[in-house]
Design a protein around this ligand. Structure first.
Ligand code: PMP
Length: 423
């Protein structure tokens, strides 16, 4: 049996329609933006492998740092123990985060980072003697795969089978309709039981790269602050430069109480996540009473190798060349969409920083849109990994993407848009 046959025998891949999705593509090498398969064919990874990769695959600097750390300390229980990589990472990260972020809690993936913020919010109020358990989120929200994260998210194709089992949360209008969102948020807060407001700042990823203004987000957070409602910024996708600033919330004045980070945190090399919070949150858990403590911990919490990768990735992100690359991608996206002109098939073009989304007119929007698989297959044939979200084609590239690679991605998309406009 070859690799693909063995894969089919043993492996259950995520997000595949078992009968119609073809066999998985066997990737043997990753370098820079390129992924190479068994036959030697290369693909430009224009979606950063599910939005995680920042500096390119198998980055030599990150690999070297990880290799060195591997030989010193691979893992240690993080309850009551600590190590240099964890401390260095949090110290370095705190320089990029809003200055109210004081404490960091480790976990291993974005869903857990969100789950932790949700649990901390509820327990924060309990520790203060108040029973506030409802979450307010945005229409279209996606916060992860676990039950809590699904509950905070919008009810969708992803959560449909579990809808009876999800806890209640309320979804206010998408902030593009600023007044409606503000009004609805105020109405919900007035009910007095809201533990926290959770949001993907500036860009909703899974919903189809839906974007909204920083000024609206600022207002929504300020409303919560005034009313004493906690705010959770889910920066799992938007963090680490995607929106043009290190974090999306760097573009606003108001400061959330929690920030959830994963994906780009380790530069896309190892599973790692963080939930940061304010000193006020932390202090609500301080004390002699074990019942007040946050009794939550994952086996691989604070993994030193993951922290080392994250530290190395953050060093690369801080480099002038990386900041310039982010700006260049942003400019190139703008120039590309300007020259695209009016094509019949395009419903809307959106851009925030390095994220470019082109929404197509479709009889059926959303993730179940039939056009998705066909686009994916056609792009892949042309050597570009783009994974449309339903009828939304988007580019979210690693920052190391070369000008000629980006040009090829644009070319492949433009040709497809022209073809679709002619039908
Ligand atoms: N929050 C957001 C905004 C996300 O985009 C995702 C994943 N796409 C998650 C949370 C969940 O992260 P993970 O897949 O690492 O659990």
């Amino acid at each position: 049996m070859n690799l693909v046959e063995k894969d089919q025998k043993y492996i259950w891949h995520p997000f595949t329609q078992m009968k119609t999705s073809g066999p998985a593509l066997p990737i043997v090498k990753g370098e820079g933006t390129l992924l190479t398969d068994e036959s030697g064919k290369s693909y430009i990874d224009a979606i950063s492998s599910w939005w995680v990769n920042l500096h390119g695959h198998s980055h030599p600097y990150i690999a070297q740092k990880v290799f060195e750390q591997m030989q010193k300390l691979e893992h240690v229980v993080f309850a009551g123990f600590t190590h240099q990589p964890a401390v260095d990472l949090c110290e370095k990260l705190s320089r990029h985060l809003p200055d109210n972020q004081a404490k960091f809690f480790f976990s291993g993936d974005g869903s857990s980072a969100v789950e932790i913020a949700l649990k901390m919010s509820v327990q924060y109020w309990k520790n203060k003697g108040e029973n506030k358990t409802r979450f307010v989120a945005l229409e279209g929200a996606y916060h992860g795969e676990t039950f809590g994260a699904m509950s905070a998210g919008a009810r969708s194709i992803f959560s449909a089978h579990f809808s009876d089992m999800l806890f209640e949360s309320t979804h206010i209008p998408f902030p593009k309709e600023e007044q409606a969102a503000i009004q609805s948020l105020k109405t919900e807060i007035a009910k007095g039981d809201v533990a926290a407001f959770i949001f993907e700042p500036l860009v909703q990823g899974a919903a189809g790269m839906r974007m909204y203004d920083a000024s609206t987000l600022n207002k929504l957070i300020q409303i919560c602050k005034k009313a004493g409602v906690l705010c959770i910024a889910d920066e799992v996708m938007t963090g680490f430069g995607r929106t043009g600033t290190t974090f999306a919330v760097n573009q606003i004045e108001a400061k959330p109480d929690f920030i959830c980070m994963s994906k780009g945190l380790s530069g896309g090399t190892l599973p790692l996540s963080l939930t940061s919070c304010t000193q006020d949150i932390y202090e609500a858990f301080l004390g002699d009473d074990i019942h007040k403590a946050f009794l939550h911990g994952h086996s691989f919490t604070g993994n030193p190798i993951g922290c080392t990768a994250a530290l190395a990735s953050l060093e690369l992100l801080e480099k002038k060349e990386c900041r310039e690359a982010i700006e260049k991608i942003t400019e190139n996206h703008k120039a590309f969409t300007e020259q695209l002109g009016a094509l019949k098939v395009i419903e809307e073009i959106r851009q925030t920083g390095t994220i470019l989304a082109i929404e197509l007119k479709s009889d059926r929007s959303g993730y179940a849109s039939k056009i998705r698989q066909k686009l994916y297959d056609d792009f892949l044939k042309r050597g570009v990994l783009l994974r449309p979200l339903g009828n939304v084609i988007y580019i979210l590239p690693p920052y190391c993407i070369q000008e000629k690679e980006l040009k090829k991605v644009y070319e492949v998309i433009q040709e497809k848009l022209i073809e679709l406009s002619q039908n």
